[in-house]
Design a binder for this molecule. Structure first.
Ligand SMILES: O=C[C@H](O)COP(=O)(O)O
Length: 348
């Protein structure tokens, strides 16, 4: 499989409300996304968001996923794209340095040799964009992926609930950055949303962005906890106004994690922020995304709603601990027509 096939088979998409570059079927070169500086908290905008129509979002998602027909030959290309846009994650209470090292080895060599040869991608470097770990494993991860171009993401700020004093949460970010994390996934205290304490939420995220320095900031909303789609939309806007580089759905620990209608509401917020400011914000659905099939639904959603640039790791990530295993199985099926047991696909 050549790189031409990989890119061309992702097809074209026209999103008229985005600028030519965003609508064009050309990947955005690494490092060419202008970083979101944030803006003032626009309470007028927040007040103008009355409600979000859940059934309209659900209808749109149903249309997108039903209409989707990625030809069998192109599916492998899309699945490789899903891998390139993945934050390969381990966030377990029994994580150890050894387990994290094994995960990093998997990130560096994500596919078995026979699959690589079968797909003809020996010359390609297709790897997850980042490995995502708890703070104590940042240094180990940095060491394990050194020289590979894989980013190191740390969940900081009292993940997954965010219920620690702000000073403690900021110190945690600073410690992760000192240890070499170049991406920081922070959680918001959900109570600030329930209480509509937008100014306080904004101030906290501004302080987190400052603590990140050059490290990119992904703001996890914990959407399954936020009760309404309006809350999701408003928290998304506040996070972007405060300078988030990415907005992310979930921690993987809520009872409801990433869902397509909620993702669509966040994607629409990204579009609205772009129309207001001209800045392109990344999106990271996370939690419960474990099958290749569902990953394709998300990729189609991104491409149809925002355009081709949101199929690049600079603007799109899956947060996922087990998706890579299923993608590898599907790629094997694509090549051989049958599945092997999960344990043949080594994971940490
Ligand atoms: O941010 C990533 C999530 O914690 C991963 O969730 P998952 O284990 O359900 O894939």
């Amino acid at each position: 499989m050549s790189s031409t096939i990989r890119d061309a088979d992702l097809g074209t998409s026209k999103v008229t409300s985005l600028p030519a570059r965003a609508a064009a079927n050309t990947p955005v070169p690494q490092g060419h996304i202008a970083r979101n500086p944030g803006m003032r908290l626009d309470l007028g905008f927040l007040e103008s968001v009355r409600s979000v129509n859940r059934s309209a979002l659900e209808r749109r998602v149903a249309t997108l996923t039903k209409r989707r027909s990625i030809k069998a030959d192109n599916q492998a290309a899309w699945l490789l794209r899903a891998v390139a846009c993945m934050d390969l994650t381990t966030l377990n209470s029994n994580d150890t340095d050894e387990r994290v090292r094994r995960l990093c080895a998997k990130a560096i060599n994500p596919f078995r040799r026979d699959i690589v040869e079968g797909l003809g991608i020996e010359g390609e470097t297709i790897r997850p964009a980042a490995v995502c770990v708890y703070h104590p494993f940042v240094a180990t991860t940095v060491d394990a992926v050194r020289g590979t171009g894989i980013h190191v993401a740390a969940v900081s700020t009292a993940f997954p609930h965010g219920l620690a004093p702000l000073s403690t949460r900021l110190q945690e970010i600073e410690a992760s950055v000192r240890d070499g994390a170049d991406e920081i996934d922070v959680v918001i205290p959900r109570g600030l949303v329930y209480g509509a304490k937008w100014q306080e939420l904004f101030n906290e995220i501004v302080a987190m962005r400052e603590a990140c320095g050059d490290a990119h900031l992904k703001v996890i909303l914990g959407t399954g906890d936020l009760a309404t789609l309006r809350n999701v939309m408003l928290a998304s806007m506040v996070a972007m106004m405060a300078g988030a580089d990415f907005i992310k759905t979930s921690t993987g620990k809520e009872s409801v994690n990433a869902t397509l209608p909620v993702g669509l509401a966040m994607v629409r917020a990204i579009r609205a922020y772009f129309e207001e400011t001209g800045y392109l914000i990344g999106f990271k659905p996370a939690g419960g995304i474990s099958t290749a099939k569902v990953s394709l639904d998300w990729l189609v959603l991104m491409k149809e709603e925002l355009g081709r640039p949101w199929l690049e790791p600079e603007l799109f990530r899956f947060g996922a601990s087990s998706l890579l295993t299923d993608i590898e199985r599907q790629l094997e099926h694509h090549l051989t027509g049958h599945y092997s047991a999960n344990h043949r696909h080594a994971m940490a």
